[in-house]
Ligand binder design. Structure first.
Ligand SMILES: NC(=O)c1ccc[n+]([C@@H]2O[C@H](COP(=O)([O-])OP(=O)(O)OC[C@H]3O[C@@H](n4cnc5c(N)ncnc54)[C@H](O)[C@@H]3O)[C@@H](O)[C@H]2O)c1
Length: 384
């Protein structure tokens, strides 16, 4: 078994590598990543365990040679949230949609059997209170959500080529990872409560968000990598999470406060309505993947984040402005310092960093991965 994982050095990727290593102990796992976030918060020892052969590069440039002999592609690489999509709209389309479709076409040409695409429930956008099913009309409100929906549509057209394509429409991720990110609603609340004893909910708390722990995302990906054609056909779009994971934002804040007694919760009652509100119906996933259902409840995700951040000695009350924790600040900082171009490509200024990335075999992943916290100028994204 040979599995290519793009975007393996982000937040979700380390959990995916670990899970695939557990399920396929003898597999060759090949990671392919541009390394945008290698200087972000990291638990180095957790990165090394999955024994991934690391390649450094941009998915927009990937060529057929990397795909020869590969049995499955897990495609995670993306411009990965709404604030980034707003700031880098054109690159969000070219990476999340165009490069994904090019990669899938190359994979089909190379005889890859399974292609797993990390899509998102954010395609439902203003979803109202009724839980959205896969065949309900999507209403993407952001460049990020549109890019995922358009990629799905392109993959549907491609799926005649004999490759089994699975688009996992993930709920919003949460929980501890070897490379945690704090620009996600639950993680933001835990970090706020832990460092400052208070949670500022930027919205009025009413929007619905389905959540899924990164460990459960990895479990679902492992299912998709081995999915037989009979379980869902050659092309499948499936909401990935659990009905119990549909929460309102205020409920999430209160659950974190309950886990960290003494935390105050400040709801912004005057906030304009946040149209991004959706619940998802996960019955199709339940029916197709009964042995790979989410196992990690909200309280366990919160406890894991608290434990993980404490283990890192994390105490930055200004983390919402920090490139170590917030993807938008990380990329903006790399652009400001001339290391990344506006097209989100490494520049000649970043030669040292690029060569470090090329050398980044697992053996030295721990050396390149640092838990640094730097404070840049504030650029506001909205995690909640
Ligand atoms: N985090 C969530 O809430 C969530 C929810 C649903 C779906 N997803 C999807 O899951 C996937 C992984 O999310 P994440 O939270 O780990 O994101 P992340 O931003 O933490 O990591 C993305 C990784 O992809 C790499 N990457 C980005 N563009 C690249 C390119 N052009 N070439 C090579 N590498 C590139 C980055 O260097 C990074 O390591 C993404 O596709 C995301 O859209 C995430």
């Amino acid at each position: 078994m040979r599995i290519l994982i793009t975007g393996n050095l982000g937040y979700v990727g380390p959990a995916v590598s670990a899970r695939l290593r557990q399920d396929w102990p003898d597999a060759a796992l090949i990671g392919f990543d541009a390394g945008w976030f290698t200087s972000c918060l990291t638990v180095p020892q957790a990165l090394a365990a999955a024994r991934v052969m690391q390649r450094s590069g941009d998915v927009r440039d990937i060529d057929l040679s990397l795909l020869r002999g590969v049995d499955a592609v897990v495609h995670l690489a993306a411009v990965s949230n709404d604030p980034l999509g707003t700031q880098f709209a054109a690159m969000t389309d070219s990476i999340n949609r165009a490069a994904s479709l090019r990669l899938a076409a190359l994979a089909a040409a190379a005889g890859v059997r399974h292609f797993v695409f990390a899509s998102s429930c954010s395609v439902y956008g203003a979803g109202g209170v009724a839980a959205r099913r896969e065949d309900d009309a999507a209403q993407p409100l952001t460049a990020y959500a549109s890019s995922k929906l358009c990629a799905e549509a392109g993959l549907r057209r491609l799926s005649a080529d004999g490759m089994i394509v699975t688009c996992l429409r993930f709920a919003t991720a949460c929980g501890m990872s070897a490379r945690p990110r704090l620009d996600l609603v639950l993680n933001d609340f835990v970090a706020s409560a832990l460092t400052g004893g208070r949670i500022d909910v930027l919205s009025d708390g009413s929007p619905w968000r389905p959540l899924i722990d990164v460990q459960d995302m990895a479990r679902a990906i492992a299912w998709a990598v081995g999915r037989p054609m009979a379980q869902g056909g050659p092309f499948l779009v499936v909401n990935t999470g659990s009905d119990a994971g549909n929460h309102q934002v205020a409920g999430l804040a209160n659950a974190v406060a309950a886990a960290l007694p003494g935390t105050t919760v400040q709801i912004n009652a005057a906030a304009p309505p946040d149209r991004r509100s959706y619940r998802a119906d996960f019955s199709l996933f339940r029916a197709l993947a009964p042995a790979h259902q989410p196992q990690i409840g909200l309280a366990t995700s919160i406890a894991g984040m608290i434990h993980g951040l404490r283990g890192l000695g994390f105490n930055d009350t200004g983390f919402r402005d920090s490139p170590a924790a917030i993807r938008l600040h990380a990329l903006s900082g790399l652009i400001r310092s001339g290391q990344l171009s506006a097209a989100l490509r490494w520049t000649h200024h970043s030669a040292a960093m690029a060569s470090r990335g090329r050398r980044c075999r697992l053996a030295d992943a721990s050396a390149s991965a640092r838990a640094t916290i730097v404070k840049p100028a504030a650029i506001h994204g909205s995690p909640s």
